[in-house]
Each structure stands twice: as structure tokens, then as C-alpha cells.
Design a protein around this ligand. Structure first.
Ligand SMILES: [Fe+2]
Ligand SMILES: [Fe+2]
Length: 318
């Protein structure tokens, strides 16, 4: 039964959405809105944290001191993104320990792209250019998400993502203008990442039942297919500037639509990777659990310090 008070709260919420205003943690919100955002923001946080792995594997093998320093900074940025996002998710009422446990126990999802390996140094370039590039297309509209803490976190994250995309593009630019073997390595890397990067926007609109509600709540501003199209239109001229191409026979400019057409994506592969059958799902989960166990002493030391500080403080007051 709806109490008159509750319906007033609902009205207030509906008005915030209608005004394209922000919902803040202290505002009443429908349970579905809270759940949707908790799931989306925590999955986003997990993606940032798991996404550190394919590139971190290359820090020791990056080809120069400069490249190592840049890559290390980028991987650290991703850790920072994870932390902002766990904080944003916590404001919805689920604490970080619970969210982290969901990841460690394999119950939480994260972006399927991070279950692909980075086989060569050029893959690090392709990840920066295409994966971080797709992340930007997805996340720029999220800066206007109706939930305040998420939208504000995205503003900072997007600034850093655009640096990530440029560093990836620049790695590929160097390789594409290097020896024939280097150019081939760059081409092979983008062949591997083109399809999975396009799949980062999620299933086609017809197959994405929750999208409509997210758009009605001003969480999502554009559909999966609209964002995917935007991304394709962005990367085709960038590939041309690199002197590389995408191995998609259906990729061509459509004068009438004013957009690039592109070929069908392998959705069986996508859903297979989500279900756990990707090339690195097991390795990613195992590595994350190991890192969590290895960090136990840091958490214990921090807790002991906090306790000591608290009791010292109390005795000073007494
Ligand atoms: Fe990120
Ligand atoms: Fe990034």
C-alpha cells in the first residue's frame, strides 16, 4: 500500500527526473533506481580494477623507461577510477566490503573486454585507443547521469580516459610508422580488439531490456546502438590517420545515413565471455583473489592504526 507520504517522496523524485536535475544520496529514491545504480556503478568499479590486469602485465616489458612510466601512471589511474566508483556505489547504501566480496566470489560482472589477453606491446596500444576510447563514448553521457555522485565521478574519470586514449593511439602511431614488422603487429592488435571493443556498448537495443528504464531515469542518455555508432564514426578516421584499417568488409561510409555502416558482431562470443568462457576469465579472477590475499596485512595494519589512533584520541579527551 502506498502511504500519502511515500507518494509525496515519489513525486519529488519524479520532479527531479523531469527537471533533469540531480538525485543525491539523501533524497528518497525508488528501490529499482537504487538497485540499478548499485549494480551499474559496482560493475563499473570492478571493470576498472580487473581492467588493470591486461596492461599491468606489460609494465615490466614496456619498451622504454618513458613507456613504463606512462603505462604505470595509466594503470594507477584505473585503480583510482575503481576507488571513486566504489565510493559512489557506497552512497547508495551497500558497503565496499560487500561489493568487493561479490567480485572475489565471482558473483559480480565486469566488462567482458578485460577477459581478453594483451598478447603483444601493440595490444597495449589497441587497448588504450579502442577500449579506453569506447569507455569515453560510454562515459561522457554518464557525466549527466541523474545520480549526483556517479555523474560527478564520471567528470574526473573522463578527463583521465581521454589521456589514456591518446597514449594508446600514440603507441600505435609509432608502431605503424616503424618497421614493416611493427606495423603488422599494430594491425594484428587492432584486428583482435575491433570486435570486442564494439561489443563493449552491450547487446543490440532489441536485446537490451533494461536500457529503456535506465533512459527514463536519466541514468543512460543514449542507447547501446547509438553509442556504438558514435564510436565507429569516431575511430574510422583515426584508423586512417594511423595508416591502419579494420578487417570488416561491411565497414563503409553511408552517405544517406551520414554514418559508417559496419558488419554484424559475434554475440555468441560476447555472451560466452560474459558467462565465463573467455580466454582469461579464470586467470583474472584468480589474480584478483591473490592480490586481495596479498594485501591482507595492509588492511590489518590500517585497521590497527585506526584503532590505536581512536583510543589515543579518546584518552587525550579524557
Ligand atoms: Fe578507467
Ligand atoms: Fe582508462
Amino acid at each position: 500500500m502506498t502511504t500519502p507520504e511515500l507518494s509525496q517522496e515519489q513525486q519529488h523524485f519524479d520532479q527531479l527526473i523531469a527537471d533533469d536535475s540531480r538525485v543525491e544520496p539523501t533524497d528518497w529514491m525508488p528501490e529499482g533506481y537504487r538497485k540499478t545504480l548499485t549494480r551499474q556503478i559496482s560493475q563499473h568499479a570492478h571493470s576498472e580494477i580487473i581492467g588493470m590486469q591486461p596492461e599491468a602485465n606489460w609494465i615490466t616489458r614496456a619498451p622504454s623507461l618513458k613507456r613504463k612510466a606512462i603505462l604505470m601512471a595509466k594503470v594507477q589511474d584505473e585503480a583510482g577510477h575503481g576507488l571513486y566508483l566504489y565510493s559512489a556505489a557506497e552512497t547508495l547504501g551497500t558497503d565496499r566490503d560487500t561489493l568487493v566480496d561479490q567480485l572475489l566470489e565471482g558473483k559480480a560482472k565486469y566488462s567482458s573486454i578485460f577477459n581478453y589477453p594483451a598478447r603483444t606491446w601493440a595490444d597495449v596500444g589497441a587497448i588504450g585507443w579502442l577500449v579506453d576510447g569506447a569507455a569515453i563514448c560510454n562515459q561522457v553521457p554518464l557525466c549527466r547521469c541523474s545520480y549526483g555522485p556517479y555523474g560527478r565521478a564520471m567528470v574526473r574519470v573522463c578527463k583521465e580516459e581521454s589521456f589514456h586514449q591518446r597514449q594508446g593511439w600514440e603507441i600505435l602511431y609509432e608502431l605503424a610508422n616503424g618497421t614493416p614488422a611493427q606495423k603488422q603487429m599494430a594491425q594484428e592488435a587492432i584486428n583482435r580488439f575491433y570486435g570486442p571493443a564494439l561489443q563493449m556498448f552491450g547487446p543490440p537495443d532489441d536485446d537490451s531490456p533494461n536500457s529503456q528504464q535506465s533512459m527514463a531515469w536519466n541514468i543512460k542518455r543514449f542507447s547501446n546502438d547509438e553509442l556504438r555508432q558514435r564510436f565507429v564514426d569516431m575511430i574510422v578516421p583515426q584508423a586512417e590517420a594511423l595508416g591502419l584499417h579494420f578487417e570488416d568488409p561491411d565497414l563503409k561510409w553511408n552517405e544517406e545515413r551520414g554514418h559508417y555502416d559496419f558488419g554484424a558482431l559475434d554475440w555468441d562470443e560476447f555472451f560466452g565471455v560474459i558467462k565465463g568462457d573467455g580466454p582469461c576469465n579464470e586467470q583474472r579472477a584468480q589474480r584478483r583473489r591473490q592480490a586481495f590475499e596479498d594485501g591482507a596485512w595492509v588492511r590489518e595494519a590500517a585497521a590497527a592504526y585506526a584503532e590505536k589512533y581512536e583510543s589515543a584520541d579518546t584518552s587525550l579527551i579524557a
